[in-house]
Write a protein that binds this ligand. Structure first.
Ligand SMILES: [Zn+2]
Length: 393
């Protein structure tokens, strides 16, 4: 299978530190103009784009451009390399997989932002999930963003500008990332991660523009097969009883997947904490017990969030299957996302009408909203699958 565009040099046109920022020509051009000697460098940036579009990769590339010893982000010098690998002393990256960024954490960041750069041209502070801040925490940040020291640059990343308080976003220069096409994502997996071409194309198509997810599909045993199996199940549902069982199956699978990931992170976190306290036999002394308990509670909250994230991904998958059905019903020529179940998609399309499928697409969106609005996931998914089962019969 050939992928249009992947052979030409245009995808990596910018090169250097921008090589892995794929499918974002407009945003890269905007950053490069700002970093040029005659450009105007804003001191607060807001990088928005859907999950997996490469917000933090873009922010790091821009930070490297600002630190580069050669000027424009050569990707080769020590400043570029250390910035991209996360070890540059003047570039601070805050990432969180917790529900929210703590106020104390932001206070510490603001202190860091006040300091002059130690070795580089600038001090750059990147906040990867800036949307995960409470109003009070935003206020702590606000002052520093209003009047940062002359060599400090803030880079906030969030899914959309609306996720930030208006007071913050009005002070930032906005950069909007697009959803990268499957072709550029496949090319990145092949080039950066050494994934075999056919697998890269398949994984990128399934991930629908989410770079991290595409990599997971390409590298995790059984991940693509499980996705395909879910699509098949969705299209074969025939009644409320099956829907209830399938919903329970999805929630169980999401819980297991989230728990596996959360357990690994929690164990690492605890080990790191104990090591920093000078304990290497794993025995927690009474004086540290409350802190360890706090860590464990954080981990539990994180797992709850993760289950919802995983379920949301399953629902996006279901959405893509129904969209494929709709595209066949409308006679569109577009390539299916779920080629592996093309036969089932054709059959389902032949049985129903576009109007019914459109209604189901809306129902998927509704279920996503309900789950993010804290409706118990099992309830929302049962209701959705029951409706699909009855409509596609
Ligand atoms: Zn450089």
């Amino acid at each position: 299978m050939t992928v249009p565009g992947t052979r030409s040099g245009q995808l990596t046109q910018a090169g250097g530190v921008w090589a892995d920022v794929v499918g974002q020509e407009a945003a890269v051009a905007q950053f490069r103009r700002a970093a040029a000697p005659e450009g105007s460098l804003a001191q607060a940036w807001l990088v928005t784009g859907p999950p997996g579009s490469g917000r933090s990769t873009a922010a790091r590339a821009f930070a490297a451009t600002l630190q580069c010893e050669q000027g424009l982000g050569c990707g080769q010098c020590r400043a570029c390399r250390t910035t991209l690998s996360g070890t540059h002393p003047d570039v601070t990256v805050v990432a969180t997989d917790k529900l929210s960024i703590a106020k104390e954490e932001v206070r510490a960041l603001v202190m860091t932002a006040q300091r002059a750069p130690a070795t580089g041209n600038r001090r750059v502070v990147i906040v990867e999930d800036a949307d995960r801040m409470s109003a009070g925490t935003f206020n702590v940040l606000l002052k520093s963003i209003e009047e940062p020291p002359p060599s400090t640059v803030w880079m906030l990343c969030a899914p959309s500008a609306e996720d930030l308080a208006p007071t913050i976003r009005s002070r930032c220069r906005l950069v909007t990332l697009a959803v990268p096409s499957s072709a550029v994502v496949a090319d990145l997996l092949r080039r950066r991660d050494g994934i075999d071409e056919q697998l890269a194309v398949r994984a990128a198509r399934a991930a629908q523009g989410h770079i991290g997810l595409a990599l997971r599909y390409a590298t995790q045993d059984g991940a693509l097969a499980a996705r395909e199996e879910s699509a098949r199940t969705l299209l074969s549902l025939r009644g409320a009883g099956e829907a209830v069982l399938a919903a329970q199956g999805l929630v169980d699978r999401a819980t297991a997947e989230a728990k596996e990931h959360a357990d690994v992170v929690a164990a690492e976190e605890k080990e790191r904490f104990l090591r920093s306290a000078g304990i290497d036999d794993g025995k927690v002394p009474p004086s540290l017990r409350s802190q360890v308990r706090q860590l464990e509670e954080d981990a539990k909250r994180r797992q709850t969030r993760l289950v919802r994230d995983v379920l949301d991904r399953y629902l996006l998958d279901a959405h893509s299957v129904l969209r494929d059905v709709l595209s066949r019903q409308l006679g569109a020529e577009a390539e299916l996302v779920n080629i592996e179940v093309a036969r089932e998609i054709e059959q389902t399309a032949g049985r129903g009408s576009g109007r019914i499928t459109l209604g189901l697409l809306e129902a998927v969106q509704e279920a996503r909203d309900r789950i993010s609005g804290n409706v118990p996931p099992l309830l929302a998914i049962e209701a959705l699958l029951a409706r699909i089962a009855v409509s596609l019969r």
